[in-house]
Design a protein. Structure first.
Length: 138
């Protein structure tokens, strides 16, 4: 969907996410107006600029689910990564998460990867490189 310019990547307040383009909004309203009119009509509180961060994160996760569902319907391979345990996905905190996790578990086979966190090792290497660069300039 990003290649068709229906979704754009954006970043704000240290959050990254996708934003629907005008063409995507028109397409959703044409194909399923009763489902998406409330969200795309401009009169709902989800369009508010200064929405609280937990709500924005929740809406972002829901949007990601729609993107993943679209990828599944197009018969493209789907790989989902998460830091959640399988137990957390099987016992979600609320109905919205239950729907999201249910779709993921329906279409994906869970595989547990355990071991050393490579991101922490990479972060340490990046910090050391930054220290060396700053020390050499001052």
């Amino acid at each position: 969907m990003t290649h068709d310019k229906l979704l754009r990547l954006f970043s704000s307040h240290h959050l990254r996410g996708y934003r629907l383009g005008v063409r995507a909004k028109r397409l959703l309203l044409q194909q399923e107006p009763e489902r998406f009119a409330f969200y795309l009509s401009g009169c709902s509180d989800t369009n508010a600029i200064k929405s609280e961060i937990p709500r924005r994160i929740r809406l972002h996760r829901i949007a990601q689910t729609y993107v993943a569902t679209d990828e599944y319907r197009s018969c493209k391979p789907l790989i989902v990564t998460t830091n959640l345990t399988l137990e957390q996905m099987k016992n979600p905190p609320d109905l919205e998460h239950s729907r999201i996790y249910g779709r993921i578990l329906e279409h994906c086979a869970p595989i547990l990867f355990s071991g050393k966190d490579m991101r922490k090792a990479n972060a340490a290497a990046t910090k050391n490189t930054a220290r060396e660069l700053l020390a050499s300039k001052f």
